[in-house]
Design a protein around this ligand. Structure first.
Ligand code: ADP
Length: 497
């Protein structure tokens, strides 16, 4: 037998395991990107803001000190600036309104006495501060720029020096902050390391979890295939209490039902073949006896042929009953009509009257009119026939059969009681099983097949009813069938009385 597992192999990227692991990875990749960008950007912004505040206030202090001078000259500016603290700034420039550099902190006399670079002789691009910041400051705006790169924060601020509403010059400061830059860089590095660890753990965990989940799905798939190949005893071991465990539980329940159905089917087939084999064997034996006995007494031959006839009749009855059961199993319920149960019972009792007479049994009827149910007439006749026939069959000569049809609230009840042999308490639940007989010899002698009551039960259930068997007081048995009473819809021509 070719195995289905190869044929049904799932392509790598279509497999649940890969999809599951990938979805994990995608989610974590997004989280990691966020983790690596947001804190860095946020702290960068924070540092920019603090730099802007500190640089602007530094520039403002210097601008207000220079404002006092009214008009700016290189010497005066140098004097004032030398008095001020440069506060770790890399460069301070003071220009006149034309952008000419009046003071440059990088070109002041060094402590070791080295002379300053020669201002006036320098080329104009060195004498004029042609920075964007300075130009904007001379136009009257406060400017601040900050940039982070190569582990360093480079920030510049420029501000006009205003005296009586006139711009008399500008101040430009430059700060290069390596300490904060290094701090931000190490934060970035730390985040990168953490992300790497998280990514690694996620990869391992997602592989592990997806493997675990898909292993359970694979086990379920395997179990389905095994059961599909006919091994109905196979069960799954539910692990945990999650959805997969529920699935395994449901699968086991389904397989239980399948196994039961399969067992019932097998038993039915074997019982049916056994039932058919017995009369066939008798027929063969009787025919062989006639053939092999020379000059058989004609009366005996007639006897044997008569027996062959009754065995053939039994075969016919069994096959008819089997066919009826198969029809009940496989065919849909025919169109249901409103049927008067009392009328059907009346007709059935009339049909069985000769049988009752022959058995010396009296049939007493109590049939209330207007007991309507939704059913098919054939099915209802079959139910009545099997029950009344049994009540006559399993009775004593001189015994009685009581049939009653009446309404009980929203139900129509059909009762068939008798004063017959009765059914032992322990057999009561089993009498509706296929081929079950309480007294095999009596059933066979009465021409029973052991299928009559199964047909009754299946037919009743098909029409939404129920049937019970119980002992009748003081003797015999009582079968009760209940159907929902038919109530005509408003405006419909009803048969209700
Ligand atoms: P059968 O064809 O043998 O009558 P049924 O399915 O109709 O098969 O009934 C099953 C068994 O139940 C019978 O063999 C008989 O032993 C028992 N049984 C059915 N009806 C009665 C009854 N009215 N009184 C006593 N026993 C009954």
């Amino acid at each position: 037998m070719p195995t289905t597992s190869k044929k049904n192999k799932v392509p790598f990227f279509a497999s649940l395991q890969v999809k599951y692991a990938l979805s994990y990875l995608v989610i974590f990749a997004v989280v990691l990107v966020l983790l690596n960008t947001y804190p860095v950007v946020a702290s960068q912004d924070l540092l920019f803001a603090s730099k802007r505040d500190s640089l602007k206030s530094q520039a403002a202090v210097m601008a207000s000190a220079l404002m006092e001078l009214e008009s700016l000259s290189a010497e005066q500016v140098a004097r004032v600036m030398n008095m001020l603290d440069s506060m770790g700034l890399k460069r301070i420039l003071v220009t006149d309104p034309a952008g000419l550099i009046l003071y440059d902190s990088t070109k002041q006399p060094q402590e070791d006495g080295e002379p300053p670079p020669e201002g006036d002789k320098a080329p104009p691009e060195y004498r004029y501060a042609l920075y964007q910041e300075v130009v904007s400051a001379l136009r009257g705006s406060d400017v601040f720029y900050s940039r982070y790169g190569d582990r360093v924060f480079t920030s510049t601020a420029a501000m006009p020096i205003v005296y009586r509403g006139m711009v008399i010059g500008s101040i430009y400061i430059l700060e290069v902050d390596q300490a904060q830059g290094e701090l931000l860089y190490s934060l970035q590095q730390n985040l990168r390391t953490i992300s790497l660890v998280i990514a690694l753990v996620t990869l391992i965990m997602s592989t592990f979890f997806s493997k675990m989940l898909t292993a359970r799905i694979a086990a379920l798939l395997k179990a389905i295939r095994i059961v599909g190949e006919g091994e109905y005893g196979h069960r799954l071991q539910p692990v945990g209490r999650d959805e997969m465990a529920q699935l395994a539980g449901e699968f086991n329940q389904l397989t239980d039902r399948l196994q039961t159905t399969e067992e019932v089917r097998r038993r039915f087939v074997s019982d049916a073949s056994h039932e058919l084999k017995t009369p066939l064997a008798s027929i063969r034996l009787l025919a062989d006896s006639i053939l092999q006995t020379d000059e058989m007494d004609p009366a005996m031959v007639r006897d044997f042929v008569g027996d062959i006839g009754s065995e053939a009749e039994r075969l016919t009855r069994i096959t008819e009953h089997l066919l009826a059961l198969t029809r009940l199993d496989s065919l849909p319920v025919g169109t249901e009509h409103v049927v008067d149960v009392s009328q059907v019972m009346e007709r059935t009792a009339a049909r069985l009257q000769p049988v009752a007479d022959a058995a010396g049994v009296t049939v007493e009827k109590n049939l209330k009119p207007g007991c309507m149910v939704l059913c098919t007439e054939d099915d209802l006749s079959q139910i009545c026939f099997n029950l009344v026939e049994n009540a006559i069959k399993y009775n004593y000569s001189g015994g009685k059969v009581f049939v009653a049809v009446y309404r009980d609230r929203d139900q129509i009840l059909l009762e068939v009681g008798d004063t017959g042999v009765g059914i032992p308490e322990e057999d009561l639940p089993k009498v509706f099983n296929r081929f079950y007989r309480v007294d095999k010899a009596r059933s066979r002698a009465a021409g029973g097949t052991g299928l009559g009551l199964s047909i009754v039960r299946d037919t009743v259930r098909r029409h939404g009813g129920w049937v019970t068997a119980r002992p009748r007081n003081p003797e015999g048995s009582l079968f009760t069938v209940g159907f929902l009473r038919y109530v005509p819809e408003q405006g419909e021509k009803g048969a209700e009385q």
